[in-house]
Design a protein around this ligand. Structure first.
Ligand code: ADP
Ligand code: MG
Length: 315
């Protein structure tokens, strides 16, 4: 049973990047407007995420690291929160040491929980409103898992890329990422253009135009700002950053038509809204891949939105 449990936990948290993503999702689900991330030693030594969101009431804190304990799921076929399986904190406590400090704004005093394997300690502490989660010494007691990790530098780069995507898709929040004490990403609340400026610089930000169609919003680069690679195409579905389905990437490029020669790809940050029952985030443990019902219909909407935005802003 112990082995089966380790394997199940390992599917949710297989590397530090997974910890960061799950903690960011939790912070967003909690309605945070300020999120700070700290990574040490490629995330194996420590990942810390602090938010100013709703917090967890003292009475519910002991439930948080229990497997399948979630305060979110209402219907499995209609997911509106980023988390819904109640497995992330549990998996972190199995894979490393989880320290969670939390206080709802209206509660006097905070609660601290330290969970490692099946040892769980809870005590009252004082802390600001919101939640702070640290996961330390990830895979310390799982040498095989530890040996197959990427280098600290590679993992830090991936984590920076992930935080960057969250900033682009949630530009109205305040964000900060530090890696081994050095600030890598910093963003003050603003619009999508401001987020492009924080991430790619003001030159890029000055060359994007707004996309504002029903169900498709964000910014896209004017055709002159193009690159051969697609690593600046960012798509979220109902606010969840995802690996863009190839149909949607093609749909965006298609919207540029003749304006975009050859294999060039634009910079874009687009959020696509679909009815919650039309998206299945459950096809992948990391939820980075989603299945869309009617992907062709969504693709047509995206192409139209891109065309309309470019037509409004001729060269
Ligand atoms: P899930 O997100 O799928 O519900 P998690 O294991 O990630 O499962 O979290 C378990 C529960 O702990 C959540 O349902 C939520 O109630 C609470 N929680 C976790 N992180 C936070 C946070 N940053 N702010 C407020 N509540 C949180
Ligand atoms: Mg979660």
């Amino acid at each position: 049973p112990d082995v089966a449990r380790q394997i199940a936990a390992g599917e949710v948290v297989s590397r530090p990047l997974d910890v960061v993503r799950e903690l960011l999702d939790n912070a967003l689900d909690a309605g945070a407007t300020r999120i700070e991330v700290e990574v040490e030693g490629g995330g194996l030594r420590a990942v810390r995420v602090r938010d100013n969101g709703a917090g967890i009431p003292a009475g519910e804190v002991p439930l948080a690291p229990l497997r399948h304990a979630t305060s979110k799921l209402e219907a499995v076929d209609r997911v509106t929160t980023l988390g819904f399986r109640g497995e992330a904190l549990w998996a972190m406590s199995q894979a490393g040491t989880l320290t969670l400090t939390t206080r709802p704004a209206a509660q006097v005093g905070a609660t601290e929980l330290v969970a490692c394997a099946d040892d769980v300690q809870v005590r009252r502490v004082s802390a600001p409103a919101g939640t702070s989660v640290a996961v330390t010494d990830l895979f310390a007691h799982l040498p095989a898992r530890r040996r197959t990790q990427a280098s600290a530098a590679t993992e830090a780069r991936e984590i920076t890329g992930l935080v960057t995507r969250y900033v682009l898709h949630h530009p109205g929040l305040s964000w900060r990422l530090t890696v081994d004490g050095e600030v890598r990403v910093q963003h003050a609340p603003g619009d999508a253009r401001a987020a492009v400026a924080s991430v790619y610089g003001s030159l890029s930000a000055n060359r994007v135009v707004r996309v504002d169609a029903t169900g498709v919003t964000g910014v896209i680069s004017r055709p002159e700002l193009t690159r051969a690679r697609r690593d600046r195409m960012h798509v979220s579905v109902n606010g969840r950053p995802v690996l863009a389905p190839p149909e949607l990437e093609r749909a965006i490029i298609h919207g540029y038509g003749e304006l975009l020669p050859g294999s060039l790809a634009p910079l874009c940050v687009l959020d696509v809204r679909v009815p919650p029952e039309d998206v299945n985030p459950n096809v992948h443990p990391a939820k980075a891949v989603v299945a869309l019902a009617d992907v062709d219909g969504v693709a047509r909407r995206v192409t139209e939105a891109v065309r309309a935005a470019l037509a409004q802003h001729p060269l």
